[in-house]
Design a protein around this ligand. Structure first.
Ligand code: PAF
Length: 282
């Protein structure tokens, strides 16, 4: 696997592959890779001739009081895992390479509406940072397809909308959330949890499953959310949001919807965890 910080190197390699008529899949990451990322790379390999990945802890998507500096950087381990998974090219730019003029003097991409609710409301500017970096990385790598985890449901929707709105010729693939045996969704932020907090955090999936059952038995959405909030608080979570939305257009769910998504963000100590579950009612 070639690791490079150079935009020109990435472009030259991808161009050489494309000139031979070969296809390219892309998995952008912020590093500190876990089985969720590795699953994306393996899935990418089944869908294209070559897999390109990136590791870039994107400062533009972190708020002022968030964990940018503390975010784990584990390049050597990540490289080993990517080689094992079959990636051929890894882009590891610095912030200076990506934002040479500085972030505030940089053109940005903003997807209106869905960027402002839930995670977007709790983390103002977050999805502008995500859309901008993903758009830039797409323009650097120029992949045929790109893969993202469904754990970041709202992020996936923001990226799909951006690709659609800007007519980017890239197929976006969402890959199912990978979970620990306890049900806890894999995340780089799980590394901040103590063993005890990790055990408590497994309640998220149990609550999502229970809420899904309750929604299927036609209980009122408000009552289901209220019950879910109590369950999470009982094991020590401080809830950021717990909501039920239309899984396709992200509108607040109503009694007519047949495909819903339950979305949660909650703090265990100072660690903010997110998860979601799609529920089909029909
Ligand atoms: O999901 C992530 O790891 C990041 O938000 C992404 C998509 C790599 C953009 O920085």
């Amino acid at each position: 696997m070639i690791t490079t910080q150079s935009i020109a190197d990435i472009r030259a390699q991808v161009k050489a592959w494309k000139q031979k008529g070969e296809t390219v899949a892309f998995v952008p990451t912020m590093g500190n890779l876990h089985l969720g990322h590795i699953t994306l790379v393996k899935e990418a390999k089944t869908r294209a001739d070559h897999v390109v990945t990136s590791i870039f802890v994107n400062p533009m998507q972190f708020g002022q009081n968030e964990d940018l500096d503390a975010y784990p950087r584990t390049l050597a381990d990540d490289q080993a895992a990517l080689i094992e998974a079959g990636a051929e090219l890894l882009f590891t730019p610095t912030p200076e390479i990506i934002y040479p003029k500085g972030m505030d003097a940089q053109t940005f991409v903003e997807v209106p509406g869905i960027s402002d609710v839930l995670c977007g409301a709790s983390r103002p500017g977050h999805f502008r940072g995500v859309a901008t970096i993903v758009c830039k990385l797409f323009n650097i790598v120029q992949p045929d397809i790109a893969l993202f985890g469904q754990k970041d449901f709202q992020q996936l929707l923001v990226i799909r909308t951006m690709v659609d709105d800007l007519s980017l010729p890239i197929e976006i693939v969402g890959v199912e959330t990978i979970r620990e045996d306890s049900g806890l969704a894999m995340s780089s932020r799980n590394g901040y949890l103590s063993a005890e907090q990790k055990a408590q955090a497994a309640q998220i999936k149990r609550t999502l499953d229970k809420m899904a059952c309750s929604l299927k038995t036609a209980q009122s959405i408000e009552a289901v959310i209220a019950q879910g909030q109590i369950e999470l608080e009982d094991v020590g979570f401080r809830n950021d949001y717990l909501d039920v939305r239309n899984a396709n257009n992200f509108a607040v769910a109503n009694g007519e919807d047949t495909e819903l998504v339950i979305l949660v963000a909650a703090y265990m100590g100072s660690t903010r965890l997110i998860d979601n579950l799609v529920v089909k009612l029909a």
